[in-house]
Design a protein around this ligand. Structure first.
Ligand code: NAI
Ligand code: MG
Length: 363
């Protein structure tokens, strides 16, 4: 059987606490489905490493993790010690760019045993599975460009410009990925986020490329909404959506809003993908290092475990992915306070939840 080498970077704060549970479940899945996984742990991309070395990464970081099959990432950031723009831009954001992880994927699914903060029109609660969408964000260009600058700084003539960049290659490759995901799902429904009424050059271009790509996917239902009303629809009728694709900025906003509509940030997963597989893809929970609860052993490990399931899927093990998801759902459904962390109203620890998911997986 092939051996997949995974670069493990736990990072800071609760990253150090949820990662062992993620690995515990990955190892259980590997033994159940006879998958060859090798975990190589790295201490860089953390503020502790920064304090010791004066930088977030060693100079040869690219060769040390660049040939791995995937990067399993915890969280980075400890604002008391290192400013966030240094810790994030010096690590995670470099990985995304240098490894050309041009798609960011975030599933937003209402899980059993979790109360959604958004309710139905009649005020009744949303049921598990009723919200089940995947947000696909362009991750390398768009509004987040470094083209621009400041002129006459500090004077009354001060001018600041930052240009949006959309390339045909960049737009088409993320759209193709989103259409493929839509095609693979039962609803086969793709929604595009736009703002062609206000951003009158790049957004009509985005819309044009969506229409062009749609021709190759006649089996996928396509619609589009302006980003402003789209955010309202996410809250008022999240059940309508299946796959939602957006530019870097719109995708960023939607990929926080979607998971927020389905409950706690502690369970939300994220993947930064290089679908070409010329570089490793990176799998991480949506949450950060949570300094406010770090060291207490009560962080919810489900976000870390869920993104691990996405990693298994990416490596070609769909069955193992589905099994891990069923195990997560079984533990959440049980409703027992011992196997829920405090963010879900329970009194369980990070480790107890990890162990419970392993047991459910082995059953
Ligand atoms: P955060 O996600 O770390 O925490 C926000 C709130 O959610 C906190 O109250 C925290 O206790 C809670 N929370 C987060 N994850 C949880 C979990 N697994 N279980 C239970 N509760 C959880 O965001 P915050 O506080 O804005 O950022 C803290 C640090 O993390 C900063 O340095 C920030 O830059 C960094 N960060 C890193 C990210 C990454 O590595 N991808 C993403 C977001 C923030
Ligand atoms: Mg964001």
């Amino acid at each position: 059987k092939p051996l997949h080498r995974i670069a493990v970077i736990a990072g800071d704060g609760i990253g150090q606490e949820v990662m062992p549970e993620g690995i515990r479940v990955m190892e259980a899945a590997a033994s159940k489905f006879d998958i060859g996984l090798q975990f190589d742990r790295f201490d860089f991309a953390s503020c502790a490493y920064y304090e010791q070395h004066g930088k977030m990464l060693p100079d040869d970081w690219k060769s040390r993790i660049g040939s791995h099959d995937a990067i399993y990432f915890g969280a980075v950031g400890w604002p008391e010690k290192v400013p966030d723009h240094i810790s994030l831009w010096g690590s995670l954001l470099l990985f995304r760019r240098e490894f050309d992880q041009y798609v960011n994927v975030r599933p937003a699914k209402l899980m059993p045993g979790v109360t959604a903060p958004v309710v139905r029109r009649d005020g009744s609660p949303r049921q598990p599975g009723e919200i089940d969408m995947v947000i696909v964000r362009e991750n390398t260009e768009g509004e987040y460009s470094s083209i621009g600058g400041r002129m006459f700084p500090g004077t009354e003539r001060e001018i600041v410009v930052q240009e949006t960049v959309m390339s045909r290659i960049g737009v088409d490759r993320v759209l193709r990925y989103a259409f493929e995901v839509a095609r693979s799902r039962p609803k086969k429904h793709l929604t595009s986020a736009t703002k062609s009424n206000g951003i009158a050059i790049t957004m009509p271009y985005w819309d044009e490329r969506v229409a062009e790509m749609a021709k190759s996917y006649p089996d996928v239902t396509v619609d589009k909404f302006h980003i402003d009303i789209l955010t309202a629809h996410f809250v008022q009728r999240p059940d309508f959506f299946d796959v939602v694709v957006g530019s870097n900025l719109f995708g960023d906003i939607l990929s926080d809003l979607g998971p927020a509509c389905t409950g706690t940030i502690g369970i939300a997963p994220s993947a930064n993908l290089n679908p070409d597989r010329s570089h490793p893809s990176l799998f991480e929970p949506v949450h950060g290092s949570a300094p406010d609860i770090a060291g207490k052993g009560i962080a919810n490990p489900i976000g870390q475990i869920w993104c691990g399931a996405m990693m298994l899927d990416h490596l070609g093990y769909r069955e193992a992915h589905d099994a891990v998801m069923l195990a997560i759902e079984a533990v959440l459904r049980s409703g027992s306070a011992e196997v829920r962390t405090p963010d879900l109203g329970g009194k369980g620890t990070t480790r107890e939840v990890g162990l419970a998911i392993c047991q459910a997986l082995q059953r």
